[in-house]
Ligand binder design. Structure first.
Ligand SMILES: [Zn+2]
Length: 152
Protein backbone atom coordinates (compact mmCIF):
# COMPACT_ATOMS: atom_id res chain seq x y z
CA UNK A 1 0.00 0.00 0.00
CA UNK A 2 1.63 3.17 -1.24
CA UNK A 3 1.01 6.28 0.85
CA UNK A 4 0.15 9.39 -1.16
CA UNK A 5 3.38 11.06 0.05
CA UNK A 6 5.33 8.53 -2.06
CA UNK A 7 2.62 8.23 -4.73
CA UNK A 8 4.95 8.07 -7.75
CA UNK A 9 6.37 4.84 -6.38
CA UNK A 10 3.09 3.06 -7.14
CA UNK A 11 3.60 3.25 -10.92
CA UNK A 12 7.16 2.01 -10.65
CA UNK A 13 6.18 -0.95 -8.51
CA UNK A 14 3.43 -1.79 -10.97
CA UNK A 15 5.98 -1.53 -13.80
CA UNK A 16 8.04 -4.19 -12.03
CA UNK A 17 4.91 -6.36 -11.72
CA UNK A 18 4.36 -5.92 -7.98
CA UNK A 19 0.82 -5.21 -6.81
CA UNK A 20 0.81 -1.63 -5.50
CA UNK A 21 -2.35 0.01 -4.27
CA UNK A 22 -2.19 3.79 -3.97
CA UNK A 23 -3.88 4.90 -0.77
CA UNK A 24 -6.21 7.80 -1.45
CA UNK A 25 -8.42 7.51 1.62
CA UNK A 26 -8.94 9.82 4.56
CA UNK A 27 -6.05 9.58 7.00
CA UNK A 28 -3.31 7.38 8.45
CA UNK A 29 -5.71 5.40 10.65
CA UNK A 30 -7.81 4.61 7.62
CA UNK A 31 -4.67 3.56 5.72
CA UNK A 32 -3.55 1.30 8.57
CA UNK A 33 -6.98 -0.33 8.81
CA UNK A 34 -7.16 -0.96 5.06
CA UNK A 35 -3.62 -2.36 4.94
CA UNK A 36 -4.41 -4.76 7.81
CA UNK A 37 -7.65 -5.87 6.18
CA UNK A 38 -6.02 -6.49 2.80
CA UNK A 39 -2.78 -7.92 4.20
CA UNK A 40 -0.63 -5.21 2.64
CA UNK A 41 2.70 -3.69 3.61
CA UNK A 42 2.62 0.10 3.97
CA UNK A 43 5.23 2.21 2.17
CA UNK A 44 5.42 5.76 3.48
CA UNK A 45 7.66 8.81 4.02
CA UNK A 46 5.84 9.45 7.30
CA UNK A 47 7.88 8.18 10.24
CA UNK A 48 4.86 8.50 12.54
CA UNK A 49 3.09 5.61 10.85
CA UNK A 50 6.08 3.34 11.52
CA UNK A 51 5.91 4.20 15.25
CA UNK A 52 2.28 3.19 15.70
CA UNK A 53 1.54 0.38 18.13
CA UNK A 54 0.11 -1.85 15.41
CA UNK A 55 3.53 -1.68 13.74
CA UNK A 56 5.78 -1.95 16.81
CA UNK A 57 3.84 -5.01 17.98
CA UNK A 58 4.38 -6.63 14.59
CA UNK A 59 0.78 -6.81 13.36
CA UNK A 60 1.45 -4.52 10.42
CA UNK A 61 4.60 -4.13 8.35
CA UNK A 62 5.60 -0.60 7.41
CA UNK A 63 8.61 0.48 5.41
CA UNK A 64 9.66 4.05 6.22
CA UNK A 65 11.20 5.44 3.04
CA UNK A 66 14.25 7.61 3.57
CA UNK A 67 14.51 9.49 0.28
CA UNK A 68 12.35 11.93 -1.69
CA UNK A 69 13.74 10.50 -4.92
CA UNK A 70 11.49 7.87 -6.48
CA UNK A 71 14.56 5.98 -7.73
CA UNK A 72 16.02 5.77 -4.25
CA UNK A 73 12.62 4.78 -2.85
CA UNK A 74 12.31 1.95 -5.34
CA UNK A 75 15.86 0.88 -4.58
CA UNK A 76 15.04 0.76 -0.86
CA UNK A 77 11.85 -1.27 -1.43
CA UNK A 78 13.62 -3.74 -3.72
CA UNK A 79 16.38 -4.23 -1.19
CA UNK A 80 14.12 -4.39 1.90
CA UNK A 81 11.90 -7.13 0.47
CA UNK A 82 14.46 -8.79 -1.83
CA UNK A 83 12.27 -8.12 -4.85
CA UNK A 84 13.27 -9.08 -8.34
CA UNK A 85 12.52 -5.96 -10.42
CA UNK A 86 12.65 -7.80 -13.74
CA UNK A 87 10.61 -10.79 -12.61
CA UNK A 88 7.31 -9.87 -14.29
CA UNK A 89 7.81 -6.41 -15.76
CA UNK A 90 4.89 -4.66 -17.41
CA UNK A 91 2.28 -7.19 -16.36
CA UNK A 92 0.10 -4.69 -14.45
CA UNK A 93 -1.71 -1.55 -15.56
CA UNK A 94 0.37 1.44 -14.43
CA UNK A 95 -2.78 3.41 -13.70
CA UNK A 96 -5.09 0.93 -11.98
CA UNK A 97 -2.90 -1.95 -10.80
CA UNK A 98 -4.95 -4.60 -12.66
CA UNK A 99 -3.26 -7.52 -14.47
CA UNK A 100 -2.95 -6.80 -18.21
CA UNK A 101 -4.39 -9.16 -20.79
CA UNK A 102 -2.67 -10.03 -24.09
CA UNK A 103 -4.37 -8.64 -27.18
CA UNK A 104 -3.95 -9.53 -30.84
CA UNK A 105 -3.20 -6.87 -33.38
CA UNK A 106 -6.69 -7.06 -34.84
CA UNK A 107 -8.22 -6.17 -31.48
CA UNK A 108 -6.28 -2.92 -31.05
CA UNK A 109 -6.92 -1.56 -34.55
CA UNK A 110 -7.69 2.13 -34.13
CA UNK A 111 -6.73 2.10 -30.44
CA UNK A 112 -2.96 2.51 -30.87
CA UNK A 113 -1.29 5.26 -32.95
CA UNK A 114 -0.70 4.22 -36.59
CA UNK A 115 3.12 4.18 -36.38
CA UNK A 116 2.91 1.97 -33.30
CA UNK A 117 0.41 -0.30 -34.93
CA UNK A 118 2.62 -0.79 -37.98
CA UNK A 119 5.79 -1.63 -35.98
CA UNK A 120 4.50 -3.66 -33.04
CA UNK A 121 3.05 -7.14 -32.86
CA UNK A 122 2.37 -7.64 -29.19
CA UNK A 123 -0.12 -5.58 -27.29
CA UNK A 124 -1.77 -5.86 -23.92
CA UNK A 125 -4.79 -4.16 -22.49
CA UNK A 126 -6.08 -3.28 -19.06
CA UNK A 127 -9.49 -4.89 -18.54
CA UNK A 128 -10.43 -2.09 -16.16
CA UNK A 129 -9.52 1.21 -17.89
CA UNK A 130 -9.02 -0.15 -21.43
CA UNK A 131 -5.51 1.35 -21.85
CA UNK A 132 -3.37 -0.35 -24.49
CA UNK A 133 0.29 -1.15 -23.77
CA UNK A 134 3.06 -2.10 -26.18
CA UNK A 135 6.82 -2.42 -26.09
CA UNK A 136 7.75 1.10 -27.23
CA UNK A 137 10.69 3.32 -26.39
CA UNK A 138 9.23 4.25 -23.01
CA UNK A 139 9.12 0.57 -22.19
CA UNK A 140 12.78 0.12 -23.26
CA UNK A 141 13.87 3.00 -21.06
CA UNK A 142 12.02 1.64 -18.04
CA UNK A 143 13.29 -1.86 -18.66
CA UNK A 144 16.93 -0.81 -18.85
CA UNK A 145 16.58 1.13 -15.63
CA UNK A 146 14.93 -1.82 -13.88
CA UNK A 147 17.79 -4.04 -15.04
CA UNK A 148 20.27 -1.53 -13.73
CA UNK A 149 18.48 -1.61 -10.40
CA UNK A 150 18.73 -5.38 -10.28
CA UNK A 151 22.50 -5.32 -10.77
CA UNK A 152 23.12 -3.10 -7.75
ZN1 LIG B 1 -5.97 0.28 -16.20
Amino acid sequence: MVDINVGRLARWLRATGYDADLFTGRDDSDMVRTALKEGRIVLTRDGGVARRRVVTTGRLRVLHLRSDSVREQLRQVVSAFSLNPTHRPFSLCLECNRPLEGRGKEVVVGLAPTYVFSTQWEFSQCPSCGRIYWQGTHWDAMRSWLQELEEV
